[in-house]
Design a protein around this ligand. Structure first.
Ligand SMILES: Cc1cc2nc3c(=O)[nH]c(=O)nc-3n(C[C@H](O)[C@H](O)[C@H](O)COP(=O)(O)OP(=O)(O)OC[C@H]3O[C@@H](n4cnc5c(N)ncnc54)[C@H](O)[C@@H]3O)c2cc1C
Ligand code: FES
Ligand code: FES
Length: 490
């Protein structure tokens, strides 16, 4: 077993053996490295002030992604390059094109948010895809600014549009890749703090399974976008932690004939283009899940495993008939995802078991799948209610429908009464009215800070009606943004 983590801070190699395994990257930067350019705002992944960029080996090249350093733990840096705002300016004082664009467009006033914006823009600069307005909005949705307003910052992003994305970092890419290659470790890595708390980073599913048998109570850390907050907000002292980010099998994403197999450790950022192609509404849902920084780290495996009643992916996955593969030691079981959620805070996960993958059925051309996230803000907001509908029509009648809601019960839950009221019936307003009445039997939602129970009930009924309008001929245009009614219909 290897001891300690190895990474690049900018271009300098760091090797650390003893460190608190849940120390955040932000605290390390500010307290140990005295790199205070990276700021702390919320310490919960919401404001983007702490944004840093991680460089990783990707097919012999280096790819970059922006993450929230306030909720990333130190063990996740192993084998990577960590870039902060201090790395951007060239040694001769020349500003990076992203910094220059911010200056040219007056993109900063008090400056507290600025390092985070600059790093999010740096990741966009290196993204390789065309920088259109939606890409800019998506890249900046995880960064808050209270003084400048977004106009000048968006103008700075537009200034980068069409520019050849070459800079010192792309010029040095081969050298950086070689340095990163030297840092890669083959065996499980252990890191421990002064108080003896440990984090293990296994490299294979077999090694993970063996570690879990030894430590069945360990906390499994994937993207850390939930777990990070257990430490920064709830001050939990986790021990031991097993980091899943280097378990090769969990990073697999494959498109088979009948199913898309999604390894539990695949990030939303990797998954989004694949799902957007298969199920446009699912892609749109993921585009609204958290922010670019959250999607660059967070995983669907974590979203499912945490069992939250307001997680965005479970209702859509359940409506589509997804299955879950769980592994313990050498044994596996494959269950319908809906059976995984037993009650609030209780999932069907046995000691020493982990989620290996999610099996999502391929698109059936005879079915219509739509889903709708209701939240107070478009971006970076937790769901109040989420409805997912998967319909098969035959000669104007409902041959089969699967409906699942989030935010309406203690777990993501199928609307069985509503489904029964719709199945076999003609797809018309009378049937929808019966379905709406049945929804009242399916759910007795609670009131909380996101929505009242009355609002939630009403919105569920209205989402069914909206789905009807979008799937009737001619389809009604009901979307303000995102997938338009026509695309959603086809
Ligand atoms: C600012 C912010 C915005 C957010 N916005 C949204 C949103 O819009 N919609 C939404 O649904 N969520 C949102 N979240 C919550 C979070 O991003 C998601 O739940 C995410 O999918 C969690 O995945 P993760 O990989 O980060 O999980 P982690 O935090 O690493 O883990 C979450 C839980 O899953 C367990 N776990 C992880 N992987 C496995 C595995 N393979 N086997 C068994 N257990 C496992 C962990 O032990 C832990 O209990 C947001 C979070 C933040 C901080
Ligand atoms: S400090 Fe606000 S996102 Fe990290
Ligand atoms: S410039 Fe002050 S918060 Fe953005």
């Amino acid at each position: 077993m290897g001891k300690g983590i190895k990474f690049l801070l900018g271009n300098e190699r760091r090797e650390i053996e003893g460190i608190d395994p849940t120390m955040t990257v932000l605290n390390y930067l500010r307290l140990a490295e005295r790199r205070c350019g990276t700021k702390e705002g919320c310490a919960e992944g919401d404001c983007g002030a702490c944004t840093v960029v991680l460089g990783e080996l990707d097919g012999g090249k280096v790819s970059y992604r922006a993450v929230n350093s306030c909720i990333q733990f130190m063990p996740t840096l192993d084998g990577k390059q960590l870039l902060t705002v201090e790395d951007l300016q060239a040694p001769d004082g020349t500003l990076h094109p992203v910094q220059q664009a911010m200056v040219d467009n007056h993109g900063s006033q008090c400056g507290f948010c600025t390092p985070g914006f600059v790093m999010a823009l740096f990741a966009l600069f290196h993204d390789g895809s065309a920088i259109d307005r939606q890409r800019i909005d998506d890249a900046l949705a995880g960064n808050l600014c209270r003084c400048t307003g977004y106009g000048p910052i968006i103008a700075a992003a537009k200034q980068m549009r069409g520019k050849d994305a070459r800079d010192r970092f792309s010029a040095n890419s081969a050298a950086t890749a070689a340095k990163l290659g030297e840092l890669q470790q083959k065996d499980t890595v252990e890191i421990a703090g002064e108080d003896g708390r440990r984090c293990f980073t296994p490299r294979s599913a077999d090694a993970l399974a063996a570690l879990l048998l030894e430590h069945p109570g360990a906390t499994l850390l994937a993207g850390g976008t939930d777990i990070g907050l257990w430490v920064t907000k709830l001050h939990r002292r986790l021990d031991p932690v097993i980091y899943l980010g280097e378990v090769e099998e969990l990073q697999q994403l494959s498109i088979g004939e009948s199913a898309i197999e999604i390894g539990a450790g695949v990030t939303y950022a990797r998954l989004l283009p694949v799902l957007a192609k298969e199920y446009p509404d699912f892609g749109e849902l993921l585009r609204r899940l958290g922010s670019g920084q959250i999607r660059a780290a967070g995983t669907m495996g974590g979203n499912v495993a945490n069992g939250s009643p307001i997680g965005d992916s479970p209702p859509a996955l359940i409506a589509l008939g997804a299955r879950l593969v769980l592994r313990r030691d050498g044994g596996r079981r494959d269950i319908a995802l809906e059976d995984f959620f037993i009650e609030y805070g209780k999932q069907d996960r046995r000691p020493a078991e982990f989620v290996e993958k999610i099996l999502l059925p391929r698109r059936d051309k005879n079915r219509l799948f739509h889903c709708y996230k209701i939240s107070k803000r478009f971006d970076q907001d937790i769901t109040a209610s989420l409805g997912a509908f998967n319909l098969k029509l035959e000669k104007g009648r409902v041959a089969n429908i699967r409906i699942c809601f989030g935010g309406m019960a203690a777990t993501p839950k199928r609307a069985r009464h509503c489904e029964a009221a719709l199945n076999g019936k003609p797809w018309n307003r009378e049937t929808i009215a019966a379905g709406q009445a049945a929804l009242r039997q399916d759910y007795t939602p609670i009131s909380d800070m996101r929505a009242s129970r009355t609002y939630r009930s009403m919105v569920a009924e209205n989402l069914l009606l909206k789905f009807f309008h979008e799937t009737s001929e001619p389809a009604a245009a009901t979307r303000v943004v995102g997938t338009d009614a026509k695309a959603a219909h086809g």
